[in-house]
Ligand binder design. Sequence first.
Ligand code: AHR
Length: 499
Amino acid sequence: AKSHIIADRDFVIAPVNRHIYGSFVEHLGRCVYGGIYEPGHPSADEHGFRRDVLDLTRELGVSIVRYPGGNFVSGYDWEDGVGPKDERPIRLDLAWGSTETNQFGTNEFMDWCRQADVEPMFAVNLGTRGPAEAQNFLEYCCHPGGTHYSDLRKRHGYEQPHDIAFWCLGNEMDGPWQTCAKTAEEYGRIATETAKMMRWTKDGLKLAVCGSSFRDMPTFGAWEYTVLDHCFEHVDYISLHQYFENQEDEVDRFLTVIDDLESFIVEVAGIADAVAAKRRSDKRIMLSLDEWNVWYRARSGEQLRGVGWPQAPHLLEEIYNFEDALVIGGALLTMINHSDRVKAACLAQLVNVIGPIMTETGGPAWRQTIFHPFAQAARYGRGNALRTKVTTDTFAAGKQKAAPLLVSSVIDDPDTGRVTVFALNRSTDAAMDLTVELRGMGDRRIETAQQLHHADLKAINSKDAPDTVAPADHPAVELANGTLSATLKPLSWNMFVTM
Ligand code: AHR
């Protein structure tokens, strides 16, 4: 197969927002306890944060991390997680059938963010709680002082207000599994009143309202319209959640979840714009894909909920293989190519729980397969996403009649002078001869070229073989007279960084 890309610096979709390289830490399984936080672990620092996980988080290139849930937040009392640790209550976590010790909470998370060099994205509880508690929480975190809650923070050892700009108004409120789920009318009202109180408390907040939990929710579409019709004036983003599945074990269909994601993005933007049109408003609500990943194996029974109220059980510990990494790479390219509307995204989650990083409690940490395309995109997928012209063959699978074999992005970074091409060859059996015309970009050379490929789609990384699936130098690429030429292996993820 042959594919051709024409890229021109003058044709810009939008700058890639670095918040699309976000992740997520929920009080769920071993994400917090045994993941980012494990006092007594050989690598733990004075806060109890695992240094090996901090190192891998920085290497992953994560920009912003959502916390503390997820389904967990809809039953969470933030007051439980602040103040002296020996006075914090132990609670039942109804979302995950677990026991929550509250030894880790808001202030510990903010300390961890500083160590990890990431921004926080907080979610408030709009399940069991409402606008008043959300406002109290914001006042505790961000008000300089002289009030009950801000002075309480100071007494807890945090003299300076936390710098938290990005807030999610609840989590998956459309889902029957959510603690105190709501109808779109109920949620639209409560989200509006919460947003008003939060904005009155602090200027400059970025507020995200809950969209659908996934595209196939029966209420999808109507939910977005109704919720935004209530809170359009009060919010900046609407969230999308999407987990990709491959129970059928059909790689070609699995790879078209990327195209389904693209439809989801276009549809949500369209609905948001319909709400704007009704108001004759030029305001554009942006999209926050604040939970996304592959997740279909560890999704039932004791892998989904604790039995007997355990502490930090092994939940949602999805082991990722090579084909999952291809899907993660392709999904990132879809977000990059919609940089005009997708302004934030969180790979759910960061560690152990459907995570790119795995740990053994008391033992080592390693990179899952999906770590690699994310880390490459987070590092090199910065600058202006270009609107390219792509010529490639198509294939039919899943819901798609004509999915392009090549999924690609070209990003021009005016700050560094780099132009980076990401290319996913979705052909299951044919190598692809790719040419990329880099028009008007001067004399260039290849700085780095890598491919991610494994002959076995089911190959995984493990504690004992952590680098089974890892990027390698690209064997077949050259750049001459402004045209990059490469041969892409069937089912491969490729990155070409030019200077
Ligand atoms: O990320 C795991 C769970 O998936 C989250 O808690 C929830 O929001 C979603 O259903």
